[in-house]
Design a protein around this ligand. Structure first.
Ligand code: EPZ
Length: 455
């Protein structure tokens, strides 16, 4: 989980992002890719260990920067973390601090999810208000309002969210909460807080994402009483204390979806496992609509067969089980090479179309109207220097580079490293031609010349 040369409790100071990924396009891929544990389940489950006064052991936590950063946040609160082989031992018996440092929370938005378990466990939590990011303002008002409904006093001052259980009360109180939007993070924060509350909490219009369900299953393994996980209505009956557990994180459906698109965009034959195909319903259905052949030879295995022509299709991102916003950029790269025009509507985040400009540098024909991108397929993309703007945009640009004629130089790799467990290594292992190197050693003349041409 942590880079080789550091202990589990610290990461190297952030380095300026000077590396680039050189991708030589149009190689056919072939073979099997192992799918890692789900980033968005692992991060929530790591936060959930704060609920537990006994050690927990987690398996299948992906090795990526965001997981290491969540580990740093937990460590700053007094949690002991030790990696042994593929297992991550997290011991939250002694929480010595209830304020998470700004510089750590600021590097990982998801660490805000500690507010629910920390407040429920120790009665007080001070967590910096997470900033916005490239894809949107990312407010946390649903989290705050839900905790207030459960009896917490919550106020925001100097960029810090102060939450406390008032007076002599030791526990939050069960409440009936309706979420204006099925927010994944708010559902997770409030579900975790409710596990130790007094009485019953009902969360209506809850998020149904598989990562929410995995977190619920982890909490239930610790002794929490949760019903309706994976549905729109969650019912949590609070208990006084939870117990330690050994738990395995589900496979990452977005990594699997990204690799399915890698196979489709390079007209390759790929096998992926482990996967839970039910978590990829909308993604597989869209790929099949486009003409991609996908089989499920065994329960946790997917086989993708090369297909020659890809057909255009429309996409609207929605809360699960709708089409996932985290697959929107990757599909835009694929649809850029399909026959016909596609309309992609991004309805979850207000600013998640920033990869359009970079794909257009590679020859894609895309027009934006509000939150809708109109993609008209072109016969070929051409390699170019491009810059990633966020995590899934970086993946989309890798996929476009795999299909493009010539060389693509991708900068902004810190986005990729945050959210994918060695995506480069997995792609190279099945035949992708790519190499990561410092910007100095790559083709600077080409970079400068192209940039000048582009201005
Ligand atoms: C989670 O983010 C994921 N991150 C995101 O994955 C994912 O895109 C998103 O859910 C939607 O599926 C993690 O799980 C760590 P939301 P989250 O709360 O919880 C608005 C990736 O690429 N909202 O479901 O932050 C919000 O602005 C990342 O892996 C409020 O208005 O997403 C957004 O428009 C990106 N108030 C919408 O809800 C709130 O209090 C959905 O956000 C909370 C959210």
């Amino acid at each position: 989980m942590t880079p080789e040369n550091t202990s589990a409790n610290q990461l190297p100071p952030p380095q300026p992002d000077t590396s680039v990924l050189e991708i030589w396009g149009q190689s056919t891929l072939e073979g099997h890719v192992r799918i890692s544990g789900a980033k968005n389940a692992a991060l929530a489950i790591m936060a959930g260990t704060l609920l537990c006064p006994q050690p927990c052991r987690l398996h299948n936590v992906p090795s990526l920067l965001d997981a290491a950063r969540m580990g740093e946040v937990l460590t700053s609160l007094g949690v002991k973390i030790h990696q042994s082989g593929d297992a991550l031992d997290i011991d939250a018996r002694h929480i010595t601090q209830f304020q998470a440092p700004y510089e750590l929370v600021n590097r990982l938005r998801a660490s805000f999810f500690i507010i629910g378990p920390l407040l429920a466990r120790v009665g007080v939590a001070q967590v910096p208000l997470p900033g916005g990011c490239a894809i949107g303002a990312r407010p946390v008002d649903f989290h705050v309002r839900g905790l207030q409904a459960m009896g917490a006093e919550v106020h925001i001052k100097h960029g810090m969210v102060h939450a406390a259980i008032p007076g002599s009360r030791q526990r939050l109180q069960g409440a009936k909460i309706y979420l204006d939007y099925p927010s994944v993070g708010a559902t997770e924060t409030l579900m975790m807080a409710a596990t130790l509350a007094e009485g019953e909490t009902i969360i209506e219009n809850a998020a149904q994402e598989p990562e929410v369900e995995d977190l619920a299953n982890f909490c239930r393994a610790m002794g929490a009483r949760i019903r309706g996980a994976g549905t729109k209505t969650l019912i949590v009956s609070g208990v006084p204390q939870l117990h330690g557990v050994e738990y395995t994180v589900i496979p990452d459906r977005i990594e699997a979806g990204t690799l399915l698109v890698a196979g489709a965009i390079t007209r390759s034959n790929l096998q992926l496992s482990p996967v839970i195909p039910e978590h990829l319903g909308a993604v597989i259905s869209k790929l099949q609509t486009m003409g991609v052949h996908i089989e499920r030879p065994t329960p946790n295995f997917l086989q993708l067969h090369a297909s020659d022509a890809l057909q255009a299709t429309d996409i609207e991102t929605l809360p699960y089980p709708g089409f996932p916003t985290d697959m929107q950029a990757q599909f835009m790269a694929l649809l850029s090479l399909s026959n016909g025009s596609s309309a992609i509507a991004e309805t979850v985040f207000e600013n998640r179309l920033r990869h359009v400009a970079e794909l257009k540098r590679m020859g894609a024909d895309i027009r934006i109207k509000g939150n809708i991108a109109i993609v008209t397929g072109v016969p070929q993309l051409s390699g170019a220097p491009v810059t990633a703007t966020d995590l899934r945009a970086s993946a989309a640009l890798v996929l476009a580079g795999l299909a493009a004629e010539g060389k693509t130089l991708l900068r902004g790799l810190h986005h990729l490293d945050r959210g994918y467990d060695n995506l480069e290594g997995k792609l190279k292992q099945i035949g992708a031609q790519m190499k990561r190197q410092s910007e100095d050693s790559s083709d600077r003349a080409g970079l400068v010349q192209t940039d000048v041409a582009a201005t």
